[in-house]
Design a protein around this ligand. Sequence first.
Ligand SMILES: NC(=O)C1=CN([C@@H]2O[C@H](COP(=O)(O)OP(=O)(O)OC[C@H]3O[C@@H](n4cnc5c(N)ncnc54)[C@H](OP(=O)(O)O)[C@@H]3O)[C@@H](O)[C@H]2O)C=CC1
Ligand SMILES: O=CCCC(=O)O
Length: 293
Amino acid sequence: MADAKLNVGFLGLGIMGEAMARNLLKSGLFASVTVWNRTLAKCQTLVSEGAKMAETPAAVVSSCDITFAMLADPEAALAAVFGDNGVLKGISAGKGYVDMSTVDEATSTRIGEAVTAAGGRFVEGPVSGSKKPAIDGQLIIMGAGDKELYEQCQPAFDVMGKKSFYLGATGAAARMKLVVNMVMGAMMGAFCEGMALADKSGLEQSALLEILGLGAMANPMFAMKGPAIMARAYPPAFPLKHQQKDLRLALALGDALNQPLPVAAAANESFKTAKALGRGDEDFTAVYEATQK
Ligand SMILES: NC(=O)C1=CN([C@@H]2O[C@H](COP(=O)(O)OP(=O)(O)OC[C@H]3O[C@@H](n4cnc5c(N)ncnc54)[C@H](OP(=O)(O)O)[C@@H]3O)[C@@H](O)[C@H]2O)C=CC1
Ligand SMILES: O=CCCC(=O)O
């Protein structure tokens, strides 16, 4: 990819997409980086840094060799592809489409089949790592689908992430990402309950954090998010509405496979409660507020 100086596109400039597209732009590996966002005004910052802008997903795809997407949820991913002036209107033989959004397997498969039927190539590439890893180019990328396209994207993945995994046929990366985020949501739910119980029982939350941090449960997420919970301030890195979407999709996967997931189901209820409290656009740490009702 790097040698040929391809033209690449990027759809979706939210918390993650803007940082990822910026890293592609800054790398200098590509002849051009063309961006699109549903709210077009959000393209302006990257345009001022050297990106091109297109007014529709179709216009991005038709002017690029490979287009990446980082969109909110299945509805957004499908709208960008199947909507008026969507990706399908710009796809032609050999073009690559790489959807890095966190979606379920059925959504990814539907997109992959449509792109392939139009002569294009498809990879799903959801990521672990949040706002800061996206800015730092330190994401963990889970890839599946067209192996040749995955390999062609390796220089781009190396710019956006610290490690990428090829997991097999389309659907495998979508499933892996949902499993990973199901574990994360359950961990965050349990952590917030522990913080709430510590507080209510007269213990210092800072002491709980330190004790957890010294033992076998030490992990970067508790260390990083604990102080925000203590301050009850939740500027979004990973919006709570997206964590709840991931739990919902993971539970649907469990239902389809008859896999009991009682812990994740309980965590999902806490995230639903926090969302109903109006915390959906805050960081997923705001699930702590569900413990304070
Ligand atoms: N934030 C994080 O830490 C991580 C997020 N993810 C996943 O990455 C994806 C993006 O997350 P993030 O950047 O945080 O989300 P944001 O909410 O910040 O951005 C969402 C993006 O999707 C666009 N969008 C929403 N609905 C539609 C629609 N119907 N049609 C077209 N575009 C739409 C938004 O456009 P507009 O600006 O117009 O609203 C925006 O560009 C999600 O799938 C999320 O689960 C994965 C790893 C980490
Ligand atoms: O999907 C979001 C994941 C956030 C993270 O991995 O820290």
